[in-house]
Design a protein around this ligand. Structure first.
Ligand code: GLC
Length: 728
């Protein structure tokens, strides 16, 4: 019996009641029932006591079964009967990608959560359960929730404050369904865009994901639990998931320790500094050793050197993979727990798991001190979250799910995430009075624009949830919607239109199912649609809805404009805001854009020559509500170093003529028909007959008066270009 509390509010006197334990003989020996104390407030139940004291008092009262249960996380749908939650003392429940409730709405999720919590509180010590879910771009399991751009789009915003506000909004919607733990943010550093989880990464450099760990602060509050509706954040997937060879999901990251530390560790270091409550391990391996078995990475580096005080959770059934056989064994459990895993996402056979785990402890292969350390970490976060005092849903947040305020924030994030890559003749922004043709499989498809992890693990095309498609945004923006014609395949286009907007790209996917080792080209439907539009002679504006850069260089000459929209989520009007100039594009590439798929991996500063470099992004000339930061003052002087029949070598000297240091610069000039064949000390992109060279990461900043030089060889004649320099 437990207090019939209708909502998450202070539980002043926790009713502790004796429970008859229905444990099977093969599982564990039933501990002695604990005498009830009708309204006693034991030290661990005293919210005014220091958390470490509460943890120590509770730990001292716990049986081994209590402790092993706290280390066990199971899928909601695997809990049969629900009373097993108490009988086996299970400490955590999750909803995996396809776990849902019916009807799928915030109210039902909250009711489901509260029912589980009421069961958990019937245990002798009344330790509340902590419930985790993947809210990776909003509360995406819940139909009707606000879906923000996936992380790759947020990386394009370069806006840590915006991402923190998004974390807060997500915390409100997640709390409104009772759930207390978000398996986000992914702090993966995506180094090969063929990886199916590239869109879950904020970007390809360690600096960008590190800067956007502000999501953690938004989600948890600062410190954890302070402020309303705190939700535990999870830095994932530790370590090196975005660096596997060939971008193979769950593959092997083959790097020296120095490279691993330089590229993949910084975001986790920043997350720990921000007080992230949990870290989820990666399925992937480092030089052949699986992260879930790597004591050096998990215990020595993460918990020791970085001082991580939260708890480590395994990934879904990741322990099963350690011996290369299906299912899990006691030996695999021991390997993972002794490596530093504190909570195991089993996620189904909890009886077998607990039997094996208890057997490993009894045999002395897992020390009691390791069990106590894991429990101390888990209980500390439960206390800091306020779960003991507020175990049930705060229904005052349920109405925030899909609220107008959150959708407006999401629309702002969509605007800021758009990256303009080509804009020939200034075809953008489009006049709102223009006669427009809209085409493409993703123009009117909220499922495509939301991508994976949307009301289901893999997501899917179609009207999967509530929101605004790109086409609906366009129709709402123009002065006369009857002048907007839509045909998915481009049928009916003719030369009477001012422009054709083709919204094309990828259909939803998640994890390994999104791996594309065979290439990143557009699919046949898109190519046929684009050909139809091209044949009309009307300027074609391509809006790419995709989880990563795609192989477009062969088609780019046929397109008048190209806008990378990434996976914008439910607020497609944010894309039309940019198309019509209500918001000038400010997005910058979070990943290098390859010339072809075979160029992968291509990353900032690796000396390769991508189609568009990391950090590239155009805007509109003239005022817009948000124009990019004023460029720093710099000049570029062009010198032909040598020339020969049909070619030449040139050097360009960049000088900081301003009064502040430049952290970056770009130089662009008209190629005049020549073609750059090689370049050093910068990263080149060419588009529309112009060359743009940006500083390479290793250039560092340029002090006032300082100069730096890049050089190149080219086919053709040098001419006397007047290079334009812009600094930032
Ligand atoms: C998945 C993912 C992980 C997610 C977990 C729970 O396999 O790798 O990112 O948090 O399982 O859904």
């Amino acid at each position: 019996m437990s207090l019939p509390l209708a909502r998450r509010r202070p539980v002043t006197a926790l009713a502790v009641c004796a429970a008859t334990l229905a444990l099977t003989a093969s599982a564990v020996a039933a501990p002695e029932p604990v005498a009830a104390s009708p309204a006693a407030v034991l030290p661990y139940q005293d919210p005014s006591a220091p958390v470490p004291d509460r943890v120590s008092d509770l730990l001292a009262r716990m049986t081994l079964d209590d402790k092993l249960g706290q280390m066990t996380q199971i899928e909601k749908d695997a809990l049969v009967p629900q009373s097993d939650l108490a009988a086996y003392r299970i400490g955590s429940v999750l909803s995996g990608g396809d776990s849902t409730v019916s009807p799928n709405n915030a109210q039902t999720w909250a009711d489901t959560y509260d029912a589980l919590q009421r069961t958990a509180l019937t245990t002798p010590l009344g330790i509340p359960v902590i419930y985790g879910i993947d809210a990776v771009h909003g509360h995406n399991a819940v139909r009707g929730a606000t879906l923000f751009p996936h992380n790759i789009g947020l990386g394009a915003t370069r806006d840590p404050a915006l991402v923190q506000r998004i974390g807060r909004a997500v915390a409100e919607e997640v709390s409104g369904t009772g759930i207390d733990w978000d398996f986000a943010p992914c702090l993966c550093v995506a180094r090969d865009d063929r990886w199916g989880r590239t869109y879950e990464s904020y970007g390809e450099t360690p600096e960008l994901p590190s800067s956007l760990t502000t999501f953690i602060t938004g989600l948890q509050g600062e410190p954890l639990g302070e402020g309303p509706a705190p939700v535990l954040a999870t830095a994932k997937h530790y370590l090196g998931d975005g660096g596997t060879a060939g971008g193979v999901d769950q593959g092997d990251t083959r790097l020296s320790e120095a490279e691993l530390r330089a590229v993949h560790l910084p975001p986790f270091k920043e997350a720990v500094r921000r007080g992230v409550g949990a870290v989820m391990l990666s399925y992937s391996s480092w030089n052949g050793v699986r992260s879930h078995a790597n004591r050096y990475l998990v215990t020595d580096l993460l918990k020791g050197e970085l001082g991580f005080g939260g708890f480590v959770v395994s990934d879904w059934a990741a322990v099963d993979q350690l011996d290369g056989q299906s299912g899990f064994t006691g030996a695999e459990i021991t390997t993972a727990v002794n490596a530093g895993v504190d909570m195991v996402m089993v996620p189904h056979d909890y009886k077998k798991f607990l039997t094996l785990l208890r057997g490993e402890v009894a045999a002395g292969r897992i020390a009691q001190s390791r069990i106590d350390d894991a429990n101390r970490r888990i209980l500390t976060k439960k206390f800091q979250l306020g779960l003991f005092e507020r175990p049930f849903t705060d229904r005052s947040y349920t109405s925030t799910v899909g609220s107008a305020a959150h959708r407006e924030l999401a629309r702002q994030a969509v605007r800021a995430s758009q990256v303009l890559l080509k804009n020939e003749g200034g075809v953008l922004p489009l006049p709102k009075s223009a006669k427009l043709f809209v085409a493409g499989k993703s123009a009117d498809d909220i499922g495509n624009q939301s991508g994976g992890w949307t009301v289901g693990w893999q997501g899917r095309s179609g009207p999967v949830t509530d929101g605004t498609t790109v086409l609906e945004g366009i129709r709402a923006a123009v002065t006369d919607p009857s002048r907007v014609t839509y045909d998915r395949y481009g049928n009916g286009i003719d030369s009477s239109y001012r422009a054709a907007v083709a919204v094309v790209g990828e259909t939803p996917y998640a994890e390994g199912r999104g791996d594309r080792p065979g290439g990143l080209g557009l699919d046949q439907e898109d190519l046929q649609t684009l050909a139809r539009l091209r044949a009309s002679g009307v300027p074609v504006v391509v809006v790419l809805v995709s989880g990563r850069p795609l192989d477009v260089s062969g088609r780019l000459p046929d397109w008048t404009a190209l806008l990378a929209a990434w996976l914008p989520g439910t607020e497609g009007a944010g894309v039309s805001d940019v198309l019509f100039g209500d918001y000038a594009p400010t997005g910058k590439l979070p990943v290098s854009w390859p010339r072809t798929s075979s160029q992968e991996p291509v990353n900032d500063g690796d000396g390769k020559d991508p189609l568009f470099p990391y950090g590239y992004g155009l805007t509109y000339s003239g005022a817009g509500p948000t124009s990019p930061p004023a460029p720093g003052a710099c000049t570029a002087r062009f010198r032909t170093a040598s020339s020969w029949q049909g070619g030449y070598q040139a050097e360009v000297t960049v000088e900081n003529t301003g009064s502040t240091a430049l952290t970056g610069w770009s130089v662009d000039w008209d190629l005049g028909g020549s073609r750059v064949t090689s370049l050093w000390n910068g990263s080149l992109t060419t588009a529309g007959g112009r060359a743009t060279v940006r500083d390479a990461a290793f250039n560092g900043s340029l002090r006032p008066g300082d100069t730096t030089t890049f050089g190149f060889t080219a086919e053709g004649t040098a001419g006397t270009p007047a290079p334009h320099c812009a600094g930032s």
